[in-house]
Design a protein around this ligand. Structure first.
Ligand SMILES: [Zn+2]
Length: 255
């Protein structure tokens, strides 16, 4: 029997991702010829501006939590090994979701409690980047060299990157389904965003690409009653989202 998932409310986390080094999140192969770079960044087809796909950010955060909790990488597909189980209490799977495992005894799909939106270049950054003289709009070309160990011949590749200093606006939605797990989920999310600052986003992280600084600027909590019009939204403490949400939920229970 499938139980309906409760909807208690939503936490909305907004902030910016600042590139401290050049960022490379690859686009489709068909974009390779553009501008003559070997490896192009993904761009919004309407504005032609580079952006950070929600799936890239979410995938990175998920992989950091899998590692932080030392969970087994029990699934593979599309050339990627990952952790995905059918345990609804698993901190990774309840936060990021898990697809049905056809080999599992209890076949259940765990929908993600997180919705990670695409992070678009903020307007001030876009205006600055439009001033850059170069072949490619909003980005820079970086040459990376592979060195032949015998002949010392260089094999240069042109990598397209969003330059250091660019800022992207992000928005992450968290659905509160279980008020006891909500604080832990949001503590994990905050820790992952901090961990990401000492890791890398996108490609070429070990060569210095993708160092980011993340600032959480605003966190709102909207209960189900807010959507129904009988309660106003609450602003949560952006410096301790989990604790702040737990207090809000506890205060509501007392009333
Ligand atoms: Zn799991």
């Amino acid at each position: 029997m499938t139980q309906i998932r409760p909807l208690i409310g939503k936490a909305i986390i907004e902030g910016t991702i600042l590139c401290r080094s050049g960022l490379h999140i690859g686009g489709s192969e068909s974009a390779l010829a553009i501008g003559g770079v070997d490896s192009a960044v993904i761009r919004d087809p309407l504005t032609n501006r580079p952006y950070i796909p929600g799936s890239s950010l979410k995938g990175k955060l998920r992989s950091l939590l899998e590692r932080a909790l030392s969970l087994p990488l029990n699934r593979s597909g599309g050339g990627v090994s990952r952790h995905e189980c059918n345990d609804g209490a698993c901190p990774v799977c309840r936060l990021f979701g898990a697809a049905v495992d056809p080999r599992a005894e209890k076949r259940r799909n765990i929908p993600s409690r997180l919705i990670v939106g695409d992070a678009f270049l903020n307007e001030a950054s876009a205006a600055e980047l439009e001033e850059i003289d170069g072949n490619l709009p909003y980005t820079e070309e970086k040459t990376e060299n592979g060195l032949d160990r015998l002949t010392c011949a260089a094999n240069p590749r042109q990598i397209e990157r969003v330059p250091a200093g660019a800022r992207f606006d992000f928005r992450i939605l968290y659905t509160v389904e279980n008020d006891e797990e909500a604080a832990e989920d949001l503590d994990h999310l905050e820790a992952l965003l901090r961990l990401l600052e000492d890791d890398a986003l996108g490609g070429g992280g070990s060569r210095g690409n993708g160092r980011v600084a993340i600032s959480i600027e605003k966190v709102l909590y909207r209960s189900l009653a807010t959507y129904l019009g009988s309660e106003t939204e609450r602003e949560l403490d952006a410096a301790s989202i989990g604790e702040s949400l737990a207090e809000t939920l506890a205060a509501k229970k007392e009333n």
